[in-house]
Design a protein around this ligand. Sequence first.
Ligand code: NAP
Length: 246
Amino acid sequence: MHCPVLILGGTAEARALAARLTTDGVPVTSSLAGRVSKPRLPNGQVRVGGFGGPDAMAAWLTEQGVKAVVDATHPFAERISANAARATTAAGVPLLRLERPGWTEPADARWHWADDLDHAAALLGQLGTRAFLTTGRQGLAAFAELPVYTLIRCVEQPDPPLPANSDVILSRGPYEVDSERELMKSHGIDVLATKNSGGTMTVAKLEAARGLGIPVVVVRRPPRPATTTVSTVDEAAAWVHARVAS
Ligand code: NAP
């Protein structure tokens, strides 16, 4: 069998799971969307690009003889998770969701919860005049009309429209608290916006903002399909081993 396990990836957890399973001798294919020109590649086989919707993903699972799928995509990658739920049901393949826990607000922080990026933009306009936007490259159009300075940080150059008064920093985590604090201070940042991505790679900005007394707009995670979910690579690896062995 060519590929017993498909990992839907694009996250650190997905790479960690691929590394673990290949070490364990389980043939794995990781799937990446292809959004980033130089992605961090996981161990094992890699395929890049959309499947063409849930029906095409179901056909791919059957063709490849996939025995189990782990959806380890980012908590805000809504469409691929919905597609995975439909495709695995159609193909009769078990599906597990590997999702890192969200961040929780420290007692002395100043968080403001937003339901989506439009809501986040409205809150930013009320809370500050120099915003640090770390919500990612996609969806920045929601902030295009913001009449405040924005410092935008993302992995790849974002497409317009962007806020008129903005600077873009291209970089990829992990980040440290000290450098995050210096970045915010040097740009005079007085409000931060983030998705509730969770994990350790980008959490330092929250601690830096808390220390500087800067309010944070945190975008809530979108709703998810009702899939069996674990939060650690260990649990996901155990689930895969049980499926591949059976
Ligand atoms: P999305 O909106 O949920 O998916 C849009 C379409 O992209 C899907 O319908 C699918 O195309 C394709 N796709 C997405 N992830 C894929 C994958 N892992 N393998 C193959 N095709 C994939 O996705 P997104 O929010 O743009 O995220 C894209 C990728 O970036 C994901 O792998 C995610 O883990 C990673 N990522 C996302 C974020 C974020 O904030 N959204 C942050 C960090 C990393 P077809 O319908 O043609 O199959």
